[in-house]
Ligand binder design. Structure first.
Ligand code: GAL
Length: 346
């Protein structure tokens, strides 16, 4: 008898703990507190670092680096070259930027093939996807590198469906130039550009892509020369082009700057740090990866950044902040939760 009371109490305790955990998970799903762990609709942690977002037929698709496994330090480097196995590229979809459904691995990495660009022993970073209206293909570009970042190439993959699977086509040094941190930008006239840190991260390049977006065209410009910028995120506002970048301090945060141009190929003029308030000097302890224009709201943008945890890269977090214009100047301000901010009620 005593045993069964004990058993009932244990069961009640167990069920209440489960209920509390479930409620907490439900609440967290909708919360998206900047810098905390974010969950997908199945209650799993979102694993999409250095992310980019594609808006296609009413759905947002988010692509990011899968970081999974033990962080290790590459020996004999002059900088803190912390690495985690390259886990490929994940995809999540959302209609409202609030609930993110896991769509699976858009581009898997391969194992045991160290010569392969997308082997787990390589660097696969900052995936960005655009849709080619003429070929009806979804084209993904990403940074492909060796563990010591000496390979410095841009990789390309293609799919018939937004969420993938993507077929890896290979990597290039655009026009023979080094290419590390990168982004993609598709203009309203359907011209697309690859933007990457080049010349050993000293100078950024903007390179026009071929009409099918699968290879770099001969046209490219050198911008922000000698400025040592990386983590580019480009967007267009009122006919002008904007480029947010970070400094080059590895996984550690530093102040962002932004640049403005009348054409993606430049000339670009660099301004100061768009971040305001406490934490601005470290971009709120984060690094840019993408600026998302909010559909149907021409003055609303979301600044998407990574809060890297260099000692445990798998546990790196995300930061989404309001980006807005004040007298033609770009501003980014801290909010705890982008969904709760009045400006950003989606
Ligand atoms: C960062 C870069 C990241 C990653 C890291 C490696 O500066 O933006 O994408 O490459 O360096 O240390």
């Amino acid at each position: 008898m005593r045993l069964s009371i004990k058993f009932i109490i244990i069961c009640i305790l167990f069920l209440s703990a489960r209920l509390i955990a479930q409620n907490k998970m439900q609440a967290e799903k909708k919360v998206f507190v900047n810098g905390k762990k974010w969950m997908d609709t199945e209650g799993n942690y979102i694993n999409a670092h250095g992310a980019g977002i594609l808006f296609h037929k009413g759905t947002y698709y988010m692509f990011g680096e899968i970081k999974k496994g033990k962080t290790w330090l590459v020996p004999n480097q002059s900088w803190e070259d912390y690495r985690v196995p390259a886990g490929g590229i994940s995809c999540y979809s959302s209609k409202d930027l609030a609930a993110w459904k896991y769509e699976g691995i858009a581009l898997p990495s391969v194992t045991g093939d160290p010569q392969n660009d997308i082997d787990t022993s390589k660097v696969i970073e900052r995936p960005k996807v655009v849709y080619n209206n003429a070929t009806k293909k979804f084209v993904m570009w990403m940074h492909i590198d060796a563990n010591d970042y000496s390979y410095s190439q841009s990789g390309v993959a293609v799919s018939d469906h937004p969420a993938g699977p993507y077929k890896y086509m290979g990597s290039v040094k655009p026009n023979g130039q080094m290419a590390r941190d990168m982004t993609l930008f598709k203009d309203d006239n359907n011209k697309a550009y690859l933007v990457y840190s080049s010349e050993n991260n000293n100078t950024m390049h903007v390179c026009l892509l071929s009409d099918d977006y699968l290879s770099p065209a001969k046209t490219y410009t050198r911008i922000l020369t000698g400025r040592n910028r990386e983590a580019p995120a480009m967007f267009k506002h009122s006919g002008k082009y904007y480029l947010i970048t970070s400094g080059c301090t590895g996984w550690s945060p530093n102040p962002a700057t932004y640049a403005v141009a009348d054409h993606p190929l430049g000339p670009w003029k660099e301004y100061g740090n768009p971040c305001i308030g406490t934490g601005a000097e470290t971009t709120f302890y984060s690094q840019s990866t993408f600026v998302l224009p909010v559909k149907g709201k021409p003055d609303q943008y979301i600044f998407i950044a990574d809060k890297w945890n260099k000692l445990n890269l798998e546990d790196s977090r995300y930061i989404w902040l309001p980006l807005y214009f004040e007298k033609d100047k770009v501003k980014i301000k801290w909010v705890d939760n982008y969904l709760k901010n009045k400006l950003y009620r989606l």
